[in-house]
Design a protein around this ligand. Sequence first.
Ligand SMILES: [Zn+2]
Ligand SMILES: [Zn+2]
Ligand SMILES: [Zn+2]
Ligand SMILES: [Zn+2]
Ligand SMILES: [Zn+2]
Ligand SMILES: [Zn+2]
Length: 157
Amino acid sequence: MKKYLYIFLMTLSFFSLYSCKCDTCGGDEEITVDCKTCDGDGHIRCHECRGSGEVECDDCNGYGSMTCDYCYGSGRNGMCAICLGTGMDDSGWTCIHCNGTGKNRCFNCNGQGTVTCNECLGSGEVTCSRCRGRRFVECQECEGKGKKTIPCPDCQD
Ligand SMILES: [Zn+2]
Ligand SMILES: [Zn+2]
Ligand SMILES: [Zn+2]
Ligand SMILES: [Zn+2]
Ligand SMILES: [Zn+2]
Ligand SMILES: [Zn+2]
């Protein structure tokens, strides 16, 4: 009877020894590896802005300015106060004030015909909303940890 108990204990210690023995995981049955998606960095380059942190402004299509709404790009709007809209001065010459258009210089664009984009303030680019200008986004695969826990490949039965 004592001998059986001895064998039983031996067997038990052998198995517990065996399960701790895995070099790969040290008996945890899972191991931590670098996330392949982000190379262990925890973040990946933002696709939205291709890593630049900025995207083309939607409002002006990247031009930084847009056609003035008030004069439709003509730079002139409203009746010329000098020639009263006729385009000519008293002598029948082209009104130099409105260039013969009969219209006043547009107050909104100051005669430029275009206005600076309010959204990007003329740069044509706005901060990428996806990465908020940080150029990188958190890796979804590892939730930004850079590491992943996987079942130990050497412990599988
Ligand atoms: Zn005029
Ligand atoms: Zn205008
Ligand atoms: Zn813009
Ligand atoms: Zn981005
Ligand atoms: Zn990752
Ligand atoms: Zn293992």
